[in-house]
Write a protein that binds this ligand. Structure first.
Ligand SMILES: C[S@@+](CC[C@H](N)C(=O)[O-])C[C@H]1O[C@@H](n2cnc3c(N)ncnc32)[C@H](O)[C@@H]1O
Length: 425
């Protein structure tokens, strides 16, 4: 890192403190990304936001939909740093970003691409594009091209790009993004997999028209909207007063009426014996459950006060990942082990009138992952232009082969394979 913060002004000091805390937490480790984060003034991209907030490791929402849902933001710096490192932008690179937002990430990309590179960023709303362009100019990155349009179409006039990076969530990856990646280039995309799970995936060209992951990390993103590859979502009010909601995505077919009042149905609680240490992430278990359970995973949303009432079992602040059946719900949570040992134990909580069959199936999946796939590498492969095997539906058929850790999920015009490597690392 080259920036000298001695005697620097308040924004520079706050920025330095933020970057130090990000590095201490693990991202970034690439000195070029560190230097870019030290240089680009985030506060200039969120005008009117207090400096402390501009330099907190938190998302800054900048635009809300009519229903109050956030539809634009400056993403959380930790995620920004992680994705910049994944993008591996080099001096002279041509870069396309989908999701200009405030323009902050485009400024970072421009810093990394340098004077010989070129950055283009696209957003779907004219007001956002105007603001992003103004922010970029104010911060000294006026050379960034800011385009208004549907980012799902990429930027055909500027292609090919060494790096295409989406800072907006996608379910099915648009063909245009892959078509516009130069030979030897990469796509970085927050890809939603079977409900709630989203991973920031780095794809590179493989053989036979396939795109293979070289890295993927847990993240969460607002979805594509207003264009050709939208990924709308909704939520089901499980308690009738909005206190506990279940997130639902387009490929999930959940009977909302049948789930009304489900948390009032008899509860079972199944201890799995599967433990996690203090800092170990549950994300790999969640990815397995998303793939192995019919219908994938949905998140149960309940605020702190609601959690404290005991309507959901959540003594720790982990996401509550749920699966649904006919008039039944089961979710994974963590509790202290009964023997008082270290770490936490995964516990499945079920609500149904059938004696807890759904919860038992979820618990069996947790144990299966622990015994056979915990610690194994996971590889993603994307194939576009695929036809359904049956020839009847518009979506290729799914293949769920949990015994061999291999799952294939069809989406309109594409197919995603998620495969657990055979041997533990
Ligand atoms: C999380 S924000 C991006 C943050 C941004 N990179 C920054 O540094 O501030 C996601 C953005 O994607 C944009 N978006 C959503 N759908 C889009 C589409 N179809 N085409 C282009 N942009 C889209 C939203 O308007 C929003 O500004």
């Amino acid at each position: 890192m080259t920036a000298d913060v001695d005697g620097a002004d308040e924004p520079a000091r706050l920025r330095h403190a933020l970057v130090r805390s990000l590095i201490d937490a693990g991202w970034p480790s690439d000195p070029r990304v560190m230097a870019a984060l030290e240089t680009v003034p985030r506060h200039v991209f969120v005008p009117g936001v207090p400096l402390q907030q501009a330099y907190a490791n938190d998302v800054v929402h900048t635009k809300l939909a009519e229903d109050g849902r956030p539809i634009s933001a400056a993403s959380q710096p930790r995620i920004v740093a992680m994705m910049l490192q994944q993008a591996d932008v080099r001096a002279g690179h041509r870069v396309l970003e989908i999701g200009a937002g405030t323009g902050y990430n485009a400024g970072l990309l421009a810093e990394l691409a340098g004077p010989d590179g070129q950055v283009t960023t696209v957003d779907v709303d004219a007001d956002l594009v105007e603001a992003a362009a103004a922010n970029l100019a104010a911060a000294g990155y006026g050379s960034v091209r800011v385009v208004c349009g549907d980012g799902a179409l990429g930027d055909p006039s500027g292609a090919p790009f060494d790096v295409v990076i989406a800072t907006v969530g996608a379910w099915r990856v648009p063909q245009a993004w892959l078509d516009q990646v130069a030979a030897g280039g990469r796509l970085v995309v927050p890809q939603r997999i079977r409900g709630r799970m989203t991973r920031s995936v780095v794809y590179e060209r493989g053989t036979a028209g396939r795109w293979v992951s070289v890295d993927h990390q847990l993240c969460g993103f607002m979805p594509l909207r207003g264009g050709a590859a939208d990924d709308p979502y909704s939520s089901i009010d499980l308690t009738g007063d909005g206190q506990v909601r279940l997130g639902v995505y387009q490929e999930q077919h959940i009977d909302a009426a049948a789930l009304a009042g489900v948390l009032d149905r008899p509860r079972v609680q199944i201890r799995t014996g599967v433990r996690f240490g203090g800092s170990e992430s549950l994300e790999w278990l969640w990815l397995w459950l998303a793939c192995a359970l019919p219908g994938g995973l949905s998140e149960l949303h309940a605020d702190r006060a609601t959690r404290d009432t005991g309507v959901v079992v959540a003594p720790y602040g982990v996401w509550l990942m749920a699966t649904t059946g006919r008039a039944a719900l089961a979710y994974a949570t963590v509790l202290d082990p009964v023997d008082g040992g270290t770490g936490v134990e995964v516990v499945v909580v079920g609500h149904s009138t059938d004696g807890g069959g759904l919860a038992e199936r979820m618990a069996a999946c947790v144990v299966d992952w622990d015994r056979r796939y915990r610690g194994h590498d996971v590889h993603l492969t994307l194939e576009l232009g695929t036809e359904p095997a049956s020839g009847s539906a518009a979506v290729p058929d799914d293949v769920c082969d949990a015994a061999h850790g291999r799952f294939v999920f069809g989406m309109p015009g594409s197919r995603l394979t998620v495969r657990w490597a055979d041997a533990a690392l």
